[in-house]
Design a protein around this ligand. Sequence first.
Ligand SMILES: C[S@@+](CC[C@H](N)C(=O)[O-])C[C@H]1O[C@@H](n2cnc3c(N)ncnc32)[C@H](O)[C@@H]1O
Length: 302
Amino acid sequence: MGQQAIVRAGRHTVRRRLAARARDKLRSVVADDPAVADKALPYAGGASTFTIPAPPAERDGGGPRDRPVPPADRWDLPDETDPQVYLDSGEETARLLVAQLGRHGVELAPDPTVLDFGCGYGRVVRWLGGWAEAGAVWGADVDGERIEWARRCLGPPFQFVTITSGAHLPFEDDMFDLVVGHSVLPHIADGADAWMLELRRVTRPGGHLYLTVYDDHTAARIRQGTGSPDLAAPLAEAEARAGRLGDGADLIALNRRVGGAQVFRSTAWIERVWGAWFDIVSMEPDAFHLQTGVLLRKRARR
Ligand SMILES: C[S@@+](CC[C@H](N)C(=O)[O-])C[C@H]1O[C@@H](n2cnc3c(N)ncnc32)[C@H](O)[C@@H]1O
């Protein structure tokens, strides 16, 4: 290549890199702007061409422990240290869910229809194979990477769908007997009310929702230094300005951005706002790490 061609190619590369940087910057500005609604986090976002690899052979057959485990650098929970811990944590979460339902006399039909809202990589979904074989288990998440992984690696009998942050689910009214959301509502700062009403829409009358939340109890544990140390300083700062959660502040949202916020709702707020929309069956602290498990029932239509 001649000298001039090399200079031209160099300029072209620099221009391309600058354009890519500007595009990334713009994307993050738009994505983090709460006034811009309905964010999508598609699979391979930013690529104009994408491919999805075929399912790995080990997907089929065997139980929940035999199927692939997502890449370690993507695990959601801080205490997941290796694949066995990842698998154990999902099994334990599913066990606690069934236990809380059982304590309150919630009996699912033998062929239930279940939605895991904000399912991530299907950490919990993979343990719901009995329900999926007899009925249907769906996982929905705004994160296209997670959903494509889950569909590829957990696949049938489970079903997955990527949604956007706009409060809409592509399901019929009254479709689900049970809707669960582990550690999802604490990460939705904007549009959470509309999401609750959307979750209510797809739940059948008399059906249940099980959602874990940050509430007064969670805030107290963080203040005592018994968990989530990274949240202690921002929570203290917000409470210094607005009053303690449950004693001056009703709701505190930290790190506001799609999918990554940390939202504390006071117990009084949950009872007042969600209690107007659902029967509150139980609220159990420390149901999922520091989070409280809230069991709700959709009222029968009047
Ligand atoms: C802490 S992770 C928990 C994942 C999974 N529920 C579990 O327990 O392993 C939170 C998940 O909620 C998802 N999420 C956040 N906002 C959402 C929304 N508006 N709709 C659906 N999923 C959402 C995130 O993409 C992420 O996968």
